[in-house]
Design a protein around this ligand. Structure first.
Ligand code: FES
Length: 318
């Protein structure tokens, strides 16, 4: 893609909990494009037997223009992207990345913001904390991990100007976050949730039960367990003038590729939104975590890397 960046690994450091911290700079030494709190980079991971695009949140202060900071968990359950990046991202290595993109933007005017982070889900929250602190907003960051021994970014948080806004919750110390502590929804607070899927489901359900409207529960998934299979159905790619049958174990993107229609995909699990496609007719079976419940109900767009059809036929604007 033309707007891709060429980044050089300026520093790497192993932090607790299997988290690799990377500082990336432009390989030509220029200033980097600015980013908003909550933004991520799509990083191309090539080598170690993989060629994948993966999304990693920017965790530095958005005011810093010379470097992008990332924290990457070596996830044994991943499809190899994080493991390969841990092996390959040595100082001096050059990495291809998208410009920063933000699907987890702050509602900066909110009277109060509650940042709820599980494990490496703290990464976008650190950028948000920097931003909210700079704006002088009321916020708190709850950082939940299994134990202090696997908690990354401790020194950085200790030195941060927003240190007094951070509460640590460690399972082994019995200091779990209690969703009953959420402010009453009527106070207008916005919630931000990022972490493993079980952690997110637990907090989102608790916030919904408490009466939070979904537009005030902001969420960022890094990966999702998505069921890709189902009954077969027909897809008409109207702009291309082609109709294809999507098999029970095939995705729409793969079926279209089979007949020569390329769809850009990155995460392939309904997380990043790269493959979002306009639906002209038919009823999608949304399997992604990218679209909000309201957007899914509109059925105007769908993620073709993982979502399927509830109707026998879909017509897509592709
Ligand atoms: S490729 Fe990421 S949502 Fe489809």
């Amino acid at each position: 893609m033309e707007d891709n960046l060429s980044l050089r690994v300026a520093e790497r450091a192993e932090d607790r909990g299997g988290i690799l911290r990377l500082t990336l700079a432009a390989s030509d030494g220029r200033e980097l494009p600015p980013f908003e709190a909550g933004a991520h980079l799509d990083i191309r991971v090539t080598g170690e037997g993989v060629d994948l695009w993966r999304q990693y949140s920017l965790c530095g202060d958005p005011r810093e223009r010379g470097a992008y900071r990332l924290g990457i968990l070596k996830d044994p359950a991943s499809r190899g992207g994080s493991r390969a990046l841990h092996a390959l991202a040595r100082p001096g290595a050059v990495i291809e990345a998208s410009a920063p993109r933000n699907h987890f933007a702050l509602a900066e005017a909110a009277p109060r913001s509650i940042l709820l982070a599980g494990g490496v889900g703290v990464t976008p929250m650190l950028a948000m904390a920097h931003r909210l602190h700079a704006l002088g907003r009321d916020f708190e960051l709850h950082y939940c991990t299994r134990s202090r021994a696997v908690t990354a970014f401790l020194e950085e948080i200790d030195a941060a100007p927003f240190r007094d806004r951070v509460r640590f919750h460690h399972d082994d110390e019995g200091t779990l976050y209690d969703p009953a502590a959420l402010p009453a929804p009527g106070e207008g607070a916005h919630l931000y949730v990022c972490g493993p899927q079980g952690f997110m489901d637990w907090l989102i359900e608790a916030a919904e039960r408490a009466g939070y409207p979904s537009e005030r529960i902001h969420r960022e998934y890094f990966s999702a367990d998505v069921e890709l299979s189902g009954d077969s159905f027909e897809v008409e790619a109207r702009a291309s003038g082609v109709t294809v049958t999507v098999g029970p174990d095939e995705t729409i993107a793969k079926a279209l590729e089979r007949v020569g229609i390329a769809v850009e995909v990155k995460c392939e699990e309904g997380v990043c939104g790269t493959c979002l496609t306009t639906v002209l007719e038919g009823l999608p079976d949304h399997r992604d975590v990218f679209l909000t419940p309201e957007e899914k109900a509109e059925n105007a767009e769908m993620t073709v890397c993982c979502s399927r059809a509830l109707s026998a036929r879909l017509v897509l604007d592709i």
